[in-house]
Every structure is written in structure tokens, then in C-alpha cells.
Design a protein around this ligand. Sequence first.
Ligand code: GN1
Ligand code: MG
Length: 361
Amino acid sequence: MEQVKRVLQEWKSIGSVKNVCTFGNGHINDTYLVETETNKYILQRVNTNIFQDITGLMENIYQVTEFLKNKLIQAGQDPQRETMQIVCCDRGDVYLKDETGNCWRMFSYITNSVCLQKARNEQDLFECAAAFGNFQFLLKDFPAHTLTETIPQFHDTVKRYHDFEKALQEDKMGRAASIQEEIEFLQTRKKDCTVMVDLQKAGELPLRVTHNDTKLNNVLLDENTMKGLCVIDLDTVMPGLAANDFGDCVRFGANDCQEDEEDQSKVHFLPELYRICVEGFLQKAGKSLTELEIMTLPWGAKLMTLECGMRFLTDYLQGDTYFKISRPQQNLDRARTQFTLVRQMEECWEQLMDISKAQLQ
Ligand code: GN1
Ligand code: MG
């Protein structure tokens, strides 16, 4: 906290700080809530092991939030509450590099909003999917190619599979022998990893501005109406595929369990919630999507879940250096949960395809 207080000296413009505390549940950055007499702010230390081009990353966020601000103003909506806004440090920069090389940034806090870790009902999930659909829709005219790829090949599932194979070969921690079942689960699905990447390479799926981390807890809801208000955590906004944004939202939301559930008998993929995600996402993004984008939504859901599980397992093999953990086997539990969800998606695959078909009629 001492370090945080020192850093806040560089944001004197916000006034005198009354209180600071840790905030949120992200796996990557460190987040703090900062309160002054009159306002609240979000201060973050960006994980520069993971995000190496911080200038490019902050430029992406600046460009996208400014674009959203203008769109919202044009539509008579409230940019103060419906998009994140960077609060520059006193030197006028969008981020600050401190004497130890850590990078910090500040955002204004969106008042009267809530961030859920789990949907309490279908409406919450609908609102979350709709918020990401809307984000994509609002950005449909943004020149996607001008954005920096903050983590290159972020949702290139084929590359992620190679990373997994490499970690397996190295087996740094000697953990491979104890996770044979999980390894085989991935090996039997190696071919699936190519489906979306191949369609993209063949030019059959358009590149869009996507969020790439579309978890329910990356949406703020209005405290009073419980309607989707603002999409947050813009570090991975990059060119990407619509179905992947939809898919990661399903991965996190269309089930009744925690992401790191220890007891796999408690993990259930719920097709009815999947349908809600389709309806929410398409209600906003639908007009801008092609038929093939809609027909590949089930693939987005399955591959984002498989890929995320693969990333958790890779990190487990490498000694838990990427995702924050609070207990030893957390990454393994996270991986297992994703694989259970994938298996259940496969079991009702036809039903998922039918939900897309019905949207085209
Ligand atoms: C990370 O930081 P957070 O929790 O929003 C990760 C996502 C994963 C997610 C899994 C930059 O997101 O890709 O899907 O954890 N972000 C990065 O919960 O790798
Ligand atoms: Mg987040």
C-alpha cells in the first residue's frame, strides 16, 4: 500500500485521498479503489510481464474509449457512465511508469454500478451478453487494423495448443504424470482447435473490434435498473472474431458453477442459459453479423472454453506463473471445470446449432 500511496502523489489533480483499498477479482492486474472527498477512482498496476507493450495497450484503450464516448454522445446517452474514461496523471500522460518500472493508470469510477461474479438470474446473464454485443456493435465502424495486438495471437487456439504441447514436453514441475486424463482430453480435441482459425485465415470470418475477455465480471450493471451499463477491462481489446467474444461469455456464464470448482459433479453447462447468451448478444450485435458468424457461435463457445482450460492447464504445468492463484491446485481445478463444460457442450451440440439456425429464420 505504501507504493500505492507514493504513486497517488502523481495524481494530485484528483484532490486529497481519503481511502484506498484493493478491489475486484481479476487474475492479471492489481486493482485499487481510491476515494477522495467527492469522487471515486480505479487505480491499477498493469502486469507488464503479460502486457509488454504498455504504450500500445493504453493507446488502444484511449482510442476505443474516445470513439465510444463520441458514439454515446451522438446517441444522446451518458458517456460518464457508459464507457470507461482514463484519468491522466498530473504530467498529462495516460499511464505512469514509477521508479521501479511498474506501470500505473487511473480510470474514473462509475457510480451506482455493480459488478457480479456470477449471474443471479437469467436477466443478469442476458444483460451481460447484450453489453458485449453492444460493445461490438458500437465499434463496428472503428478501424480494427489500427489497434495494437496487446497479446499477439491471443485467441489463436492452434498457437495455444502448441504452447500446451511445449509445456507438456518440458514438464518443468514434474506434474504431467498426475494429469494424464486432462492431457488426453486435450489431445483428442487437437483438430477442433483449427476450426475458427482456419475460417479466419480463409477470409470467411471478418475481423472485428473485439473485447476478448467477455466474462460477466467485466460488465458493470446499473445498480437500480440492473441493465448492462458499461464494459470494463479493455486490455485485450484487439481485432478478433465475434464468435469468440460471444463464446467467452458463454464459458463463464452459461453454467451453475465457479470457474475454479473443485468438485466436478457440481459443474453443469446449461443450454437454456446458452440460449439467453445468444439472445442477449444478438439483440445488440446481430444486425452487424454475417450468417456464418451466427452459425459458428457454438464453435466460439466450445473453443473459448477449451482454449481457456488449455491455458489454465499449461500454466499449471509451468508452475502457475501467469494466472494469479490463491491455492495450490487452483489452475488445475480451473482447467478441469472448463473441460467438463466442453464435454457437456459436445453432448448437446445439435441443440446449440439449432439455436443459431432459429436466429436466421
Ligand atoms: C484473465 O484478468 P482477468 O481475470 O479479467 C485472462 C483472460 C482469461 C481469464 C480467465 C490478459 O482475465 O484471458 O479468460 O483470466 N486475461 C488475460 O478467468 O490473459
Ligand atoms: Mg477482468
